[in-house]
Design a binder for this molecule. Structure first.
Ligand SMILES: Nc1ncnc2c1ncn2[C@@H]1O[C@H](COP(=O)(O)OP(=O)(O)O)[C@@H](O)[C@H]1O
Ligand SMILES: [Mg+2]
Length: 317
């Protein structure tokens, strides 16, 4: 359905947003594009929709080279952009009518289709109110059904649940699952791990415009993180007792963070293949070193652990 081939993009001013990115999306698949802020996700999907032209490389949708077939490709794709791009002075009804005209939704089905979409978005009762009077969640729901209106086979959803309430998010997630059942192909961008874990068949993780990992949520956890994640909270570390020193003492890779409000308390994250043996042993070793563990826990790895392992825990912007 989508073939991205050695895509690079440099914005005016010299920012390299994409750097030799290649991946593909199968028909009927839900692909999650995951990455920290500024990784290049939006830039990538804007090239799939033809909104910006790549500096280098090519994008094909249904076999059509996007930039040679903009008109054709436009009808194959429904887009929900990150900045919802709604006209504030139109009503929901007018927004959808306008979109239906642009995309040539046939007159005979138009009104029914619009009513159906308004219902899906839970906006039937507010359809004649101006968009500018809507909450963030209502705007996103409207942007979603606008993307669905012309019944395209490929959907692109950029940050579908950015800054919205839990109810709107649940509604949007349900729609995405339903669309998959209908056989749609979906690519969505997110930096919410739970969203990626819940919805995606496969993930492409990008960082600084490059692909850094690819696979199903399950296989990524298997490949990049151990069977268990041990988390500890302790006090009593001196400056010399840093991450590599502790790792050496314990014999496992330790990631230290001082995210606690109390500066004397530190948290450690340890990947382990054999948690039931490692956990008591780690506590024993630390205690022998005079380091008191205040809290210890063990859990299965999450997609967040994969993400941190791959992209690192340092803030980006
Ligand atoms: N129109 C633009 N002009 C210049 N730089 C841009 C523009 N849009 C995005 N960028 C830069 O390109 C990089 C990738 O941005 P973006 O694709 O929006 O990332 P993401 O969607 O993953 O957060 C960032 O460094 C961003 O600041
Ligand atoms: Mg983005």
């Amino acid at each position: 359905m989508i073939e991205i081939d050695h895509l690079s993009h440099v914005y005016k001013g010299g920012i390299k947003a994409l750097d030799d990115l290649s991946f593909s999306v199968e028909e009927g698949e839900i692909l999650g594009l995951l990455g920290p802020n500024g990784a290049g996700k939006s830039t990538c999907v804007k090239m799939i929709t033809g909104a910006i032209r790549p500096s280098c490389g090519s994008v094909r949708v249904s076999g059509y080279e996007v930039f040679r077939n903009l008109r054709k490709v436009r009808h194959i794709i429904g887009v929900m952009p990150q900045e919802t791009a709604l006209y504030q002075d139109l009503t929901a009804q007018e927004t959808l009518e306008y979109h239906a005209d642009i995309y040539g939704v046939p007159r005979e089905v138009r009104d029914d289709r619009i009513a159906e979409m308004l219902k899906l978005a839970g906006l039937s009762l507010r359809k004649d109110d101006l968009v500018k009077t809507y909450s963030g969640g209502m705007k996103r729901r409207l942007a979603l059904v606008r993307a669905l209106l012309h019944d395209s086979k490929l959907l692109i959803l950029d940050e579908m649940s950015l800054g919205i309430d839990v109810q709107s998010r649940n509604l949007i997630w349900q729609q995405v699952k339903m669309l998959k059942k209908e056989g749609k192909t979906i690519i969505f961008c997110t930096n919410y791990m739970d969203e990626a874990d819940e919805l995606a068949d496969r993930l492409v993780i990008i960082d600084r415009g490059r692909l850094v990992a690819e696979g199903s949520p399950q296989s990524l956890k298997k490949t990049h993180v151990g069977n268990f994640i041990i988390e500890l909270e302790f006090r009593g570390l001196t400056d010399e007792q840093d991450q590599s020193w502790i790792s050496e003492q314990i014999g496992l890779e330790v990631e230290l963070a001082s995210e606690n409000e109390d500066p004397g308390i530190q948290t450690a994250r340890i990947q382990s293949e054999d948690g039931y043996n490692d956990l008591p042993q780690v506590i024993r070793i630390l205690s022998n070193l005079g380091i008191t563990v205040r809290q210890a826990s063990m859990r299965s790895p999450s997609l967040g652990d994969v993400f941190l392992t791959i992209t690192g825990s340092k803030l980006r912007d």
